[in-house]
Ligand binder design. Structure first.
Ligand SMILES: C[S@@+](CC[C@H](N)C(=O)[O-])C[C@H]1O[C@@H](n2cnc3c(N)ncnc32)[C@H](O)[C@@H]1O
Length: 246
């Protein structure tokens, strides 16, 4: 595993215990998770893969919305440990399987899932193209990939002031929201993450035009992009794999 990936994993180990009381407190995060589940069209008996499940906020929503089964993966043992506590607490072990597995090494058979979802996890993956291609392979025909992400492009040179101004504009709204809804603890966490966005240190955001292009190149037939309510920096992408009916 390359050192950057290891650093990201250690950073999430550190964040895990505070996750639900920081990002997990923000209304815009819950609005995005709700939209991802709604846009997925999940139905009873669907098989769902949650990539970068964290403490399980998205997986639990899928399980609440339908009688589906969820496979949840994350590269952080600490995040998974917190999700596993919830699985036990809510007696969900028959409905969820969880694995410590990086998105870059997903070891499932092809055409295994009806829905593959990822919320604010795939921007941590530096080489996105092979992961999107793998997601395409892992979906059944007619399956959907649903991505909830920050709509921000942090590619480019670190010393480009125009790029910096764009990221700072996002951070201004994000930090204000964090302070208002999550207090000083959430603000501090998001403030630390902000520097990582600026330096591309474990945070590698791309805009939704780029996500859509990656999905089309991987073979997805239809790609839709939906804004998350009033939160201009967050969107949900739904990419459909063509079914037999066309
Ligand atoms: C911001 S959290 C999002 C958690 C959850 N999806 C949510 O929306 O609440 C990002 C998660 O992605 C995980 N992650 C980061 N890089 C990853 C990778 N390469 N493969 C799998 N998981 C990864 C982190 O450990 C962390 O749990």
């Amino acid at each position: 595993m390359d050192p950057l990936t290891r650093n990201t994993r250690e950073w999430f180990q550190d964040w895990a215990n505070e996750y639900d009381s920081t990002l997990g407190k923000l209304g815009r995060h819950h609005a995005m998770l709700d939209l991802v589940v709604r846009a997925s069209g999940v139905r009873n008996n669907d098989r769902v893969l949650d990539i970068g499940c964290g403490t399980g906020l998205l997986s639990l929503r899928f399980l609440n919305a339908s009688e589906c089964t969820v496979t949840a993966i994350d590269s952080s043992a600490q995040m998974l440990a917190l999700f596993r506590e919830k699985i036990e607490k809510y007696h969900l072990s028959l409905h969820v399987q969880s694995y410590q597995m990086p998105a870059e090494e997903m070891g499932f058979p092809p055409r295994e899932f009806d829905i593959i979802a990822a919320t604010v996890s795939l921007h941590h993956v530096k080489e996105k193209e092979p992961v999107i291609r793998r997601i395409f392979d892992l979906l059944k025909e007619g399956g959907r990939f649903v991505l909830g992400e920050i709509d921000m492009d942090t590619t480019g040179s670190h010393d480009d002031p125009v790029r910096l101004a764009r990221i700072l504009k996002y951070l201004t709204s994000e930090l204000e929201l964090a302070m208002r809804e999550g207090g000083v603890q959430a603000f501090e966490r998001m403030y630390d993450n902000g520097k990582k966005h600026i330096l591309n240190d474990g945070e590698y955001c791309i805009g939704f035009d780029r996500w859509a292009a990656l999905c089309k190149d991987a073979g997805f037939a239809h790609v839709d992009i939906i804004p998350v309510n009033e939160y201009e920096w967050f969107k949900v992408l739904v990419a459909r794999k063509q079914g037999q009916e066309g």
